[in-house]
Design a protein around this ligand. Structure first.
Ligand SMILES: [Zn+2]
Ligand SMILES: [Zn+2]
Length: 326
């Protein structure tokens, strides 16, 4: 098969890789229906995180179970599944306490930008849908694999409550889905900080009530103005730079809460997965709207470029049918 491999800054290649196989009895191999490029993939792509060797990329995925190891009980071949980017057993003391990313057996899932993927600890990591979904649900199910869960975590961590005023710093996929999550949680006023027109439109579609285009001191001043000098009850920080962090902290009212998810992947997600899948399945939420570019997987390099240059919010990648057969 062929998959995406990062060689160095700006250098993603679509090239031959060994097809994954079952290694441990707790593994599953899944045939990818859709995968995507994550904002966090851009960190090594931009050279901000050194890659010492060519690295297979991708950790957001959904697809059909091809094969399971002999110890796997909760999923079987032919089922459609969504997984999280951290494999966890869901049975150790940390998992039982709800901290799957501290699992005693945790493993990072990598190499999902490919037609086939090995998922360790399949029972704890994969969640099956009631049946194979129709095409139009696939982007939203894929979004649940990471960005929707992360946005939801940010809203939780920021202690969003019904009637609250919430400000969201960052208009990437996670920030936009943070807006959707705050809306679901009953926030009354949701201030999106964005200066890009297409992202502003999506922010409004997800439930934002106000848009602030200013940044830094001016952005903070605008939020204070809009809240009669008080500040927001909750702020979701979805960028991860020093500047965005300070902007978030200064926009909050005394005693309010900030939810940080800008630093990639320091969050707990697995507990959220079944609940979010259900909301997508029941068509209550449509987080897949964040994918504004869909490409065949062999054009993965363009998918990275488009996000790097902010021409795309998030790139969805579909393996070609013939890739499945190889
Ligand atoms: Zn991700
Ligand atoms: Zn565990």
């Amino acid at each position: 098969m062929r998959g995406a491999v990062l060689y160095g800054p700006g250098d993603v290649r679509f090239e031959a890789r060994a097809a994954p196989k079952i290694i441990a009895p707790t593994d599953a191999v899944i045939r990818i229906s859709a995968t995507c490029v994550c904002g966090s993939d851009l960190w090594p792509y931009r050279g901000l995180q050194a890659a010492s060797e060519p690295t297979p990329m991708g950790h957001e995925y959904c697809g059909i179970v091809e094969e399971v190891g002999s110890a796997v009980r909760s999923v079987k071949a032919g089922q459609f599944v969504i997984g999280s980017f951290f494999a966890s057993d869901n049975t150790c003391p940390h998992c039982r306490a709800g901290y799957q990313t501290s699992c005693q057996h945790k493993e990072f899932v990598g190499g999902a930008q490919a037609p086939l993927l090995r998922v360790p600890l399949a029972d704890g990591t994969l969640v099956a849908t009631p049946e194979v979904p129709s095409e139009e649900l696939i982007p939203s199910l894929l979004a649940v694999s990471d960005v929707m869960g992360t946005g939801s975590f940010a809203a939780d961590a920021a202690n969003v409550k019904p009637g609250n005023t919430v400000a969201v710093v960052g208009d990437g996929a996670v920030g936009l889905l943070g807006i959707l999550s705050a809306k679901i949680m009953g926030a009354e006023r949701i201030i999106a900080m964005s200066r890009h027109e297409t992202r502003q439109k999506l922010a409004l579609a997800f439930g934002a009530t106000d848009i602030v285009t200013e940044r830094g001191d001016e952005g903070v001043a605008r939020i204070k103005d809009m809240t009669k000098g008080i500040g927001a009850d909750s702020v979701l920080e979805c960028v991860g730079t020093q500047e965005s962090m300070m902007q978030a902290i200064r926009s909050i009212r005394p005693g309010g809460s900030v939810g940080y998810v800008g630093v990639p992947h320091g969050v707990e997600l697995k507990g959220e997965l079944p609940k979010l899948i259900e909301q997508v399945w029941d068509r209550k939420i449509n987080p897949g709207l964040v994918f504004d570019l869909t490409l065949p997987l062999d054009q993965v390099a363009e998918g990275y470029r488009a996000m790097d240059e902010r021409r795309a919010i998030k790139t969805l990648l579909r393996p070609e049918t013939e890739e499945h057969l190889q």
